[in-house]
Write a protein that binds this ligand. Structure first.
Ligand SMILES: Cc1ncc(COP(=O)(O)O)c(C=O)c1O
Length: 376
């Protein structure tokens, strides 16, 4: 029996989502750009999905662009803000996902943008005073890009407060919400954010599809050139079944937001209490209170002879977890997030991340295995 505690990496597809997608693989196969009925059917499905996503975040359908996932959405917002909106300076943090970090590096190296890093504390919380100081220090056209929840350690940023600071200084604000869209209510009017992103596979939807929200006053143009799809904002024949799956998965998640949150949070707290009970000196990376993603618990076990091999040994026991960032798990490279927290380098961080499908019994089995591996 396998236990899957790596839901921040990706989640299993919901069977209802698969059912909603199925007709669009064969029966409704038309190219959405075709004018005859086959095309009109698939076009209608895309526009319906756009309305669904827009309504969930209190945006207008015209502000939603479908993409191949979170990476593309974040690339589009950041590069687009530089190329099309005249951004000359980017403020970001040292713990962003690589798809933001490396895009910002690209803007610095090839588009000659000034980059400033905001200070964070030991749990990955943004120093808001430092952000204000950075914003005061220059009148260059600026984009602030700060993620809502960190995918490795789960620390949540107060994006409403960050957006307010950005608006005080009249700068653009992008937030990578890939780990939080469809896990938390996000109202783009209330938050006053200019760009957010989502990826279906983080909430039981299909892989390879996501979206970018961009506020109508600050729309960036396409950085993939070709046909006039997505009203000219993103060329290429649309991933129709993916888009249908994205909207269906989002609807299901929103219908169950509170019950799922409560269930997953209880599991996380139960797991944390069991770890504290069984492992002397265990520590947690990132916030673990209400300022954290309820799906993620990042644990540092005290170093011992067996902890170096922990990921590998857990895998042999059928337990799927992640060390460092999910997106590069298996790559064997250290985590830039854990490094930025300036934690004890001897400790091995393991990210456990949960979904509505996990159970207390699974937690008990994982704790039992951990005890066997680490305390023997
Ligand atoms: C915070 C965050 N941003 C962006 C991404 C990239 O999303 P995608 O895999 O859809 O490209 C991920 C994926 O792990 C993520 O966790």
């Amino acid at each position: 029996m396998k236990i899957y505690f790596d839901n921040a990496a990706t989640t299993p597809l919901d069977t209802h989502v698969l059912e909603a997608m199925m007709p669009y693989f064969a029966e409704h196969f038309g190219n959405p750009s075709s004018v005859y009925s086959y095309g009109r059917d698939t076009r209608a499905a895309i526009e319906e999905a756009r309305k669904t996503i827009a309504a969930l975040i209190n945006a207008q359908p015209g502000e939603i662009i479908f993409t191949s996932g979170g990476t593309e959405a974040n690339n589009m917002a950041i590069k687009g803000a530089v190329i099309y909106l005249g951004v000359e300076r980017i403020i970001t943090s040292p713990i962003e996902h690589h798809c933001v970090e490396y895009t910002v590096d690209f803007c610095r190296d090839f588009l000659k943008v000034q980059v400033d890093l905001v200070n964070i504390d030991e749990q990955g919380n943004i120093d808001l005073d430092d952000l204000s100081l950075l914003l005061k220090s220059s009148d260059k056209k600026t984009l602030v890009t700060l993620m809502h929840a960190n995918n490795e350690i789960g620390t949540l940023a107060d994006i409403e407060r960050i957006a307010a600071i950005c608006k005080e200084h009249n700068v653009l604000f992008h937030s990578d919400t890939v780990q939080t869209f469809a896990h938390f209510e996000l109202d783009v009017q209330k938050i006053n954010v200019d760009f957010i992103s989502g990826a279906a596979h983080k909430f039981h939807g299909p892989k390879g599809v996501g979206f970018l929200y961009m506020r109508k006053q600050n729309k960036v143009k396409s950085f993939i050139h070709g046909g006039g799809q997505e009203r000219g904002f993103r060329a290429g024949t649309e991933n129709v079944y993916g888009i249908v799956g994205l909207a269906e998965a989002a609807k299901i998640a929103y219908n169950n937001l509170e019950t799922d949150r409560k269930k997953i949070l209880e599991l996380k707290y139960y797991f944390k209490s069991q770890l504290l009970k069984h492992f002397e000196g265990v520590e947690f990376n990132g916030n673990t209170d209400e300022r954290s993603l309820y799906t993620v618990l990042n644990v540092s076990f005290p170093p011992n002879d067996n902890s170096m091999m922990l990921l590998f040994t857990l895998d042999l026991e059928g337990i799927c977890v992640s060390g460092g960032s999910a997106c590069s798990s298996g790559a064997g490279t250290g985590s830039h997030v854990i490094a930025a927290l300036k934690k004890d380098a001897d400790r091995i961080p393991i990210r456990f991340s949960f979904s509505k499908h996990n159970t207390k019994e699974e937690v008990d089995i994982v704790v039992e295995k951990l005890v066997k591996i680490l305390n023997s």
